[in-house]
Design a protein around this ligand. Structure first.
Ligand code: DGL
Length: 270
């Protein structure tokens, strides 16, 4: 890194909306001394239906905002943004902060297990990018990967329909597809999906190992900060949770993604 960073600086975390709070939550569970500046681009969600160019443009602007807030690290807590924008962000903001995406930690965790056949579910943008197939097969040549866009899951989760017959019916509709027959593991490649992880494990009767991007990402955050001597060991400032469009309903929905009650702050960067 060319910029000098200090341990007490915050970690910037962003997503298209509030789903990335599952990642923020995991980071704070592993690293309670860290301060989080969260940005949810509720003005533009869902990213899953946007073009890669649009997602890259939004991401660039959000990271600029987070760097102005003095973040030492940026966590792209959105698979759609990680697949479309990670390389561009690394290049554009070279040396200005550490970057963590949510794709690589998941790929690493899964390929360590040396499965023969895995499935991936995600938004349309993530699936269209082909990033999981290419990274999984690069890391483990010969691995059979079947992917599917599962766009109904995000609105179902945001409406709080998990662990009930609505989510069960949709999960069954998607996961009963023949391409998932015989998979040994399923990657939940969207930061909303940890909330329906139990539903999915139940659907497979515990016979398919399910991976999501919470703990594995938090672990990579810890490792990167540690390696760069940037783990906070001082008293931290208060977290902030910004959204680009505020509604009461977003604030209420945060409760399902984050263990504590949080107050969203409207911040218009567009
Ligand atoms: N949380 C986003 C992801 O991980 C999905 C939500 C959206 O489509 O905006 O891809």
């Amino acid at each position: 890194m060319t910029n000098i960073h200090e341990r007490h600086q915050p970690i910037g975390v962003f997503d298209s909306g509030i789903g990335g709070l599952t990642v923020a939550n995991a980071i704070l569970k592993h690293l309670p001394k860290e301060e989080i500046i969260y940005f949810g681009d509720t003005f533009h969600l869902p990213y899953g239906d946007k073009s890669a160019d649009a997602i890259r443009y939004y991401s660039l602007k959000i990271v600029k905002f987070l760097l102005e807030k003095n973040c030492k690290m940026i966590v792209i807590a959105c698979n759609s943004a990680s697949s479309a924008a990670y390389e561009v962000l690394l290049d554009f903001f070279k040396g200005q902060a550490l970057f963590v995406n949510v794709v690589d930690p998941l790929v690493e965790a899964v390929t360590q297990k040396q499965y023969k056949h895995v499935g991936v579910i995600a938004t349309k943008a993530t699936i269209r990018s082909g990033i999981y197939e290419s990274k999984l097969q690069n890391a483990q040549p010969g691995l059979k990967v079947n992917s599917m866009a599962t766009p109904l899951l995000v609105p179902i989760i945001e409406e709080g329909y998990f662990n009930d017959n609505i989510s069960e019916a949709v999960i069954e509709r998607y996961l009963s597809h023949k391409s998932f027959k015989g998979i040994e593991a399923l990657l939940l490649a969207c930061t909303h999906y940890p909330l329906i992880r139990k539903n999915i494990e139940n659907y497979f009767l515990g016979k398919v190992k399910v991976f999501d991007s919470t703990d594995v990402v938090a672990e990579v955050v810890r490792e990167k900060l540690f390696k760069n001597d940037l783990l906070n060991n001082q008293k931290r400032n208060a977290h902030h949770f910004y959204v680009s469009d505020y509604t009461k309903s977003f604030e209420e929905t945060t409760r399902i993604f984050y263990q504590e009650k949080i107050q969203l702050e409207h911040c218009s960067i567009w």
